[in-house]
Design a protein around this ligand. Sequence first.
Ligand SMILES: [Zn+2]
Ligand SMILES: [Zn+2]
Length: 392
Amino acid sequence: MGKKGKRSRRKTINAADRASIVAVQTKIKEFNEKFSKSLSLQLDSQAANELREGIKWIEAKKLELSDTLLRMKLQTWFVENKLIFYANLMGLELSRRNFDGVIQIYKEHFERCNIDVKMKNLLCAFPTLQLNYHEALLRQGKGSIDTFISLSKLHSTNGRQENGLKTDLRRSADFLRTIKHFDAAIALGKQLEALTGDRLSLATTYLDQYIVGDEESLPTDFASNMTQVMQKHKTESNETEDFTTSYTVSILLLAQSTYLSHQLNDNTEVVMRKAIGFIEEYLDLILRAETHCSTCKQTGTESEVQFVCSGCRVACYCSIDHQRMTWKKDAETGMRFGHEVLCPVMKAYRKWRHANDNGDNERVSRLRRRFERECLYCLSDGMGLKDKCFKK
Ligand SMILES: [Zn+2]
Ligand SMILES: [Zn+2]
């Protein structure tokens, strides 16, 4: 500071003003680091509390600093920081399935706000906020699906390049698939593939559409393509250590499509064993993530009681609500079956693992056969492939 000539107007700013702004910047940075850390540990409810705390702090500071902000022309900057906290909170509430919360934040802080062009970060995030809001509305049985679809299309064609676009496209496609808007989900899946090479969303939609009833919808090279799609996805997941979210779903998809190809094309024991192997791999991952809520994926903290499914004693939930939410169908990932279908498989697997660890040979082989039977039943009846597979 204090360079000759340049920015002489700033000379009117006193050192005290500058010091208090630096203090605010530091504090905001601290809040950001704290909540990002909680988020990376998947402590979502803790992260949400930290954000709320940050917002409260900013609100309190706003009054105290109003003269300083005016003198330094930093009002916009200050407001943007607060709104970014709200934007982060909205995303968090959506993944925690607090749809009322999402709607409320949007209505109170974004619906009528004019985002200043200087608020660059917020401007980038705004399309995501709109999508989050409309998704929350639809999940509450309100809102318009046409608006959601046209927003998704608009956002994916107006040249956004940042990471947020990929997440938005995948989220929207997953959601549209869940509510059986397959054409729109496929269109977004294709855009996602074109932009990022990610074919997982598209593959899931094709398979789901096929299961739900459209015999003609499955591309002929689907099964052979799936193996490639999954291999690529697995490598990427290993790199990012993203075990608790997308990979666990994709591995079930792989089990389904392997089973499908077993029934339709290659009716050999080897292929069937491969399908069972994928379910086993899936269950290993679930057991590894044992303290995560099966619905919202957040880690249980010591203060929060974890609910364990009494059927399998494997799946954990942060609340009874979250247990109910994914019992019939897994709404978030867009799979058309819920824990109800997986519960017996998990139970059989837990029993087999337990016997195996204790080395009781006779029981081990009996329980293993039981587990494999459950796998096949789950793949054919449970996941909705039975009618498709045995028609031929
Ligand atoms: Zn939960
Ligand atoms: Zn269970």
